[in-house]
Design a protein around this ligand. Structure first.
Ligand SMILES: O=C(O)C1=C[C@@H](OP(=O)(O)O)[C@@H](O)[C@H](O)C1
Ligand SMILES: C=C(OP(=O)(O)O)C(=O)O
Length: 446
């Protein structure tokens, strides 16, 4: 995790020649978190291959260790976990430091809510601003209790309830973190926990719970509403997990290859779960040449290789219903829109305001700083595309401890006249520690 005495690492990204080559991105962050959590709750030894070794996932590993799971790294990306069984987590001796990771925080709050223990959650200044009421509210109904900082924020202390009360809950916000927190709490509650999801969100928790042997069913109604039912007091069996490459990380070389003239880049082993693949659909609608080859299934998730060629893009007005399937990809989608021909209008994106930074304001300010005309809306942004003309450039861009802002403007720098300076590249280590070496491998850096 970023240490308080570390110094920011400002970095300038400059116009790149045509990008070329074949690369892979690190393991999926959402799946990596879940693989450690569920392995820690299984009885016996699980093996995880392709685990993302980014700071967010390491925060999850440290927390699970602090509660009794044995977690060891055998080689790069290869880990094994001795679980303690559902209900078997131990009281941690010290506060759980969640660093920058909303997923670790919210999912672990759910996991612990039905255990007989007390835990304190802390985080960095970005995470400490993010709303936790979305999980404390349903988890309180299950019997957990909370002492929070003002505004239901971190640091907070929770007391789990054992036995917990199973919950029947309709999600008021389209959030896989909230859905997963409730399902994970339901694992150790007697009876059936049900989550009704009016707008589908990433379904990695459901897939992996089923893989570990939990009794979980998903019914989809005519209007697309999903009803997820989980039988509690589950016994999880250890698994061999293979984590696919993270589509949210692949987004950055994908947009870079579309924008830098003459590029052709292959990105191998990318997760293509439909609940995550919205950016590929959007970029194709904008005219992006993205070919999927070797489509296959790995470890219960669809995977493929992407061949991306530089393309002239046109502006779009995407359907807000698509938001959950590309929620973390909007910052880099805004960079693509800013270089497209014509205006793009993005709406229905209130959730972007409560990520690692307020991603609407942070992107709007950064885009203006590199010469793009934008109008910030309450729930989105209007971007005037430059029709392929390189960004004038500038900076330093204030990234606000937000890895996706840093990587998005790094991509913008590759198609700029004067370069784009990022105020601090350290946050990239939370989700994509090999981002800069990967850019080098495709010829984006001198
Ligand atoms: O469940 C997950 O792993 C995640 C869900 C999303 O958050 P929300 O559920 O808050 O939308 C996403 O932004 C985050 O990066 C990872
Ligand atoms: C929002 C993100 O992650 P988290 O909520 O886990 O901090 C992200 O990775 O873009």
């Amino acid at each position: 995790m970023t240490q308080p005495d570390d110094q920011p690492t400002p970095t300038t990204f400059r116009a790149a020649p045509a990008l070329a080559g074949s690369v892979t991105v690190p393991g999926d962050k959402s799946i990596s978190h879940r693989s450690l959590m569920l392995s820690a709750l299984a009885v016996g030894e699980s093996r995880v291959e392709g685990l993302l070794e980014g700071e967010d996932v390491l925060a999850t590993a440290a927390a699970m260790r602090a509660m009794g799971a044995q977690i060891d790294r055998d080689a790069e990306g290869i880990w094994h976990v001795h679980g303690v069984g559902v209900g078997g987590l131990l009281q941690p001796d010290t506060a759980l430091d969640m660093g920058n990771s909303g997923t670790s925080t919210r999912l672990l709050m759910g996991l612990l809510a039905s255990h007989d223990l007390t835990a304190t959650f802390t985080g960095d200044p970005s995470l400490s601003k993010r709303p936790m009421a979305r999980v404390t509210e349903p988890l309180s109904r299950m019997g957990a209790s909370f002492t929070t900082s003002p505004g239901e924020r971190l640091p907070l202390t929770m007391r789990g309830a054992c036995p917990a009360v199973p919950l029947d809950y309709r999600l008021p916000v389209a959030s896989a973190q909230v859905k997963s927190a409730i399902l994970l709490a339901g694992l150790n509650a007697p009876g059936i926990t049900r989550v009704v999801e009016p707008v589908p969100t990433r379904d990695h928790s459901e897939r992996m719970l089923r893989g570990f042997g939990a009794d979980i069913s998903v019914d989809t109604e005519a209007d697309g509403t999903r009803i997820i039912s989980l039988v509690g007091e589950a016994e999880l069996k250890p698994q061999q997990i293979i984590v696919p490459g993270d589509p949210s990380s692949a987004a950055f070389p994908m947009v870079a290859a579309l924008l830098v003239p003459g590029s052709r880049v292959t990105i191998g082993n990318v997760g293509l779960n439909a609940t995550r693949a919205g950016l590929i659909d959007l970029l194709r609608e904008m005219g992006g040449a993205i070919e999927i080859v070797n489509a296959r299934e790995v470890g219960g998730e669809p995977v493929g290789d992407l061949i991306v060629s530089a393309s002239a893009l046109t502006g779009v007005e995407p359907d807000p219903a698509r938001a959950p399937s590309m929620i973390d990809e909007y910052p880099v989608a805004f960079i693509a829109a800013a270089l497209a021909q014509g205006r793009s209008i993005f709406r229905g994106l209130e959730e972007l305001r409560v990520k690692e930074s307020d991603r609407i304001t942070t992107m709007a300010k950064g885009l203006r700083a590199i010469g793009v005309t934008v109008e910030e809306l309450e729930d989105g942004i209007i971007i005037e595309g430059r029709g392929g003309a390189p960004f004038p450039g500038g900076g330093p861009i204030a990234t606000k401890l937000d890895h996706r802002i840093a990587m998005s403007f790094a991509v913008a720098g590759l198609v700029s006249r004067a370069g784009v300076t990022i105020d601090d590249m350290r946050p990239v280590a939370t989700s994509f520690p090999t981002f800069v070496p990967l850019l080098r491998a495709i010829g984006a850096l001198e």
